[in-house]
Write a protein that binds this ligand. Sequence first.
Ligand SMILES: C[S@@+](CC[C@H](N)C(=O)[O-])C[C@H]1O[C@@H](n2cnc3c(N)ncnc32)[C@H](O)[C@@H]1O
Length: 343
Amino acid sequence: MTVTLSPRALMSLLANGPKAMDVLETALTMGLLDALEPGPARLDALAARFEVRTLRLYKFLDCLESLGFVTRGQQGDGLAGTTYRAVPGLRDAVAAVVGPGALERDRDRYPWRLLHGRLAESLRGEVSMSDDDFAWPPKTDAQTADFERSMAVGLGPVTETIRRHADRLWSDRRRLLEVGGGDGTLAAHVLDSTPTLRADVYNLPAVAPLVAATRVERGHPDRLGFVGGDFLTEPLPPGYDALSFVRVLHDWPDEVARRLVEQAYAALEPGGLLLICEEFRTPDRLAMQFFWSYFLIGVDSCVSRLREVEYYTGLLKEVGFERVAVLPGGWELVTAYKPGTAG
Ligand SMILES: C[S@@+](CC[C@H](N)C(=O)[O-])C[C@H]1O[C@@H](n2cnc3c(N)ncnc32)[C@H](O)[C@@H]1O
C-alpha cells in the first residue's frame, strides 16, 4: 500500500529530517532492518533479540512507520504482539543513502551552505556560486578530478542497465564514442563485458589524465582511448558505430541538446547506434535529484533539468534516427539507430 502524506504531514517529517536520518542509520547499524524486511516480526521478539526495551522499540518503530518504511500488524493482544514488516528494499535503500560511499554523503561535500538562508538573494541573482566554489564545466584540474570522481560514484544504475542489455547493445559493434564520458569508468565497465569492443572517451582535454588513470586501473591499455575536444565548439569525431550520451544532455538547454543529437547523427556511421541514459523525469527521480536542483540554483551555466523520456524519443525521431526504443532498467536506456547498414 502506498500512502501519500498530506503536505502538512510531510513538512513535519522534513522539519525533523536529521532525527529521521538518525533513526534510519541506527536501524541499519543495529541490524534491525535485516530483521524487519523478511517480516512480520513481533515487537517482543525483536526487543529480546536486540536486547532493547519493548516500549522504547515501539516508539522507535513508530518513527519508521511515520516515514512509510514499515507496516504494522497484530498477533494476539497487547503491544508485545504488534508485528512489523519493512517495505521491500528498505535495507539497501538506507545503505545507499547513509552507508559507506553514499551518494548523499558525497553530495554534502559541495558548498551548498553558501546558498543556505540566502535563496531569495540567489533567485534574484545577487548570490551565486563563484568559479572557485563550483565551476560548470569544471575549470581547474582539482575541480575536474573532484567532479568526475563524484560522477563515477553515481554510475550504478547506468552500469546495471547497460550490463543487462549488453548482448543486444554491443554484439555487432566495434567502436564506441562515450561523449562526456567522465573519467572513463563507464566505458571501462562496457569493455569489461565486451572484449570485441574498443571505446574512446570524448571529453574536455583537462580530463585526459583521469581517463589515463582509469585505463591503467581497469586494465584496458589498448581498448580504452581518449579524444579531447569541446562539443560546444567543434563537431564530434567520425568513425564510430556506437555513440553514447550518459548524463550529458540534461546539463544543456534544448537547443544545445538538439545540436548534440544532430552532431551524433552526423558523426555516426550508417547503421550506427546512439544511446542516451540519464535520470528521465519521474516523481521519484526528481526527489533523488533534490540536491542538484537546490545547489545549481546558484550556477547559471548548468541547466540541469530532468526531461521526460518522451522528449528524447521524439527528438531522436525528428533528427532522423530510426528503431527508437526505451530499454528498461534502474535508469532506462534510450537506443536509436542511424538509417543504413553497419559497415
Ligand atoms: C554530468 S557529467 C557526466 C559524466 C559521465 N557521463 C557520467 O555519467 O558519470 C558531464 C560530462 O560532460 C563533460 N563535458 C562538459 N562540457 C563538455 C564539453 N563542452 N565538451 C565535452 N565534454 C564536456 C564533462 O567533463 C563531464 O564528463
